[in-house]
Ligand binder design. Structure first.
Ligand code: FE2
Ligand code: FE2
Length: 183
């Protein structure tokens, strides 16, 4: 037998520690999303887009509740950065809302595009190793893509400074994912 490193093949089990990291980062992300929308709603309560933001926030609450259950079932602790994401998510929501409704929507587009990649990677990795979790992740990914469409329809891309704003939020979101996977 050669002792060359063996690569994982489709259908091979995904190690429990890796699934734990996935659940932890997904829980962190959905929590962050609820905090972003809370911040936006506190600023834009009576704005034109408040109804849409509220509907998206409700979806994030459902996603968060699902990952809370999964964390309990798998006996996985939340990220140590949970308190930080509470503050950072809320601050991002408030800051983008203060720039205006379109900037708030641009924030949603940027975050959802990062989450789309993130969930797609996870679903590919899990595939038939955990079909139930894969299905959950793909269903949530569909919701996130729908949020992206809603935000674009609300004029997200017309925000002054859309490109740098979007790039900064994507960088922050990727950093948050990277950190929450490790801590
Ligand atoms: Fe979500
Ligand atoms: Fe979303």
């Amino acid at each position: 037998m050669s002792d060359a490193p063996r690569h994982r093949l489709p259908g091979d089990p995904v190690p429990a520690a890796e699934i734990a990291r996935m659940l932890r980062v997904d829980h962190a992300g959905e929590f962050g999303a609820t905090r972003i929308y809370q911040g936006q709603l506190d600023v834009l309560q009576r704005g034109r887009g408040a109804g849409e933001i509220r509907r998206m926030a409700e979806a994030e609450q459902r996603h968060l509740a699902a990952f809370e259950t999964l964390l309990r079932e798998h006996r996985v602790r939340p990220t140590l950065l949970h308190p930080l994401w509470s503050v950072a998510g809320y601050a991002l929501g408030v800051a983008t809302a203060l720039l205006g409704e379109r900037a708030a929507m641009a924030c949603t587009v940027a975050v959802e595009e990062v989450i789309d990649e993130h969930y797609r990677d996870q679903a590919e990795r899990l595939a038939d190793a955990d079909p139930a979790l894969t299905e959950t992740i793909l269903a949530f990914r569909d919701d996130e893509l729908a949020h992206r469409e809603v935000a674009l329809a609300q004029g997200a891309a017309d925000t002054p400074g859309y490109d740098p704003l979007s790039a900064a939020i994507k960088t922050g979101s990727r950093l948050a994912i990277w950190l929450s996977t490790r801590l």
